[in-house]
Write a protein that binds this ligand. Sequence first.
Ligand code: ZN
Length: 324
Amino acid sequence: MKRRTLYILLVFLMVFISGCTNPNDDISNLNDAKPIITTTLFPQYDFSKIIVGDKFDVVLLLPPGVEAHSFDLSPKDMTTILSSDIFIYTSLVMEPWVKNILESLEAEEILAIDLSTEIELKNFEYEDHDHDHENENENEHKHEESGYDPHYWTDPMNAIIMVDEILKAVISIDKENEQFYIENAQKLKSDLIKLDEDIRYVVENSESKTIISGGHFALGYFANRYGLEYISPYDGFSPNAEPSAQAIANIIKTVKDTNAKAIFYEELVDPKVSKTISDQTGVQMLELNAAHNVSKEQLEKNVHYIDIMYNNLENLKKGLGYNG
Ligand SMILES: [Zn+2]
């Protein structure tokens, strides 16, 4: 423990000397008596909070409103992670920087949880769009290779697996309150099962089975779960590389050819691509939120993953022509 304190002090000093603000801003208000869970993305932040109630402090590394794919680990974040009891990330595909800190976490006896361990990662781009397939050894290091779609949390059935993994980690730190955590997780899982049934019903009773998005390829697992096709002009699973003019033109043609009712756009990114497609076709723009992160307003309103998914469902009703 002494080494850990020393390390934190060192990072603190480095940041302090370089003229930044107090790196402990986020954690200084937290009750020292409670164990701390630090999370990388919103879904596990939300699930962790629901499971632990007031018995842990839960921290989200991403500042509200920040687009998750452009996250860079700062010394302040490292201090936050090293102050935690449990560190929960989605995968090395989504958070490749975690690979560089795993040894430090182990040395400091911080429980690091890769939530993708029990989840089958998929590569929809290669599977569905006949790109050249270079990853023949699919089972080898699959959770570390890029090329796999990291957005598995958009499938509510995967969300249930995430809840179970978080529950196990929490109980391993605080066995005393095991029953409390199990009950909270159970309630959350039944809400997720209800969500799954509601989505299934809407999709079954909608005219179109195709989501046409102007955002990045973020809802592949969601689409796959409900038998929907998901079309995006982006190449790959991050919004950082701009789509080509040809890809946008293809989407515009698809919207026109299929008489689509809407173009979907993603959260927390300027929806300029969707706007272009909407301007060129006259169809409405509707948000389809992949829940990587939430805005400041959503965080203040205590919005949950499930709320975001129900909001998506309302937009899907409009965009896919629901007649149930
Ligand atoms: Zn994404």
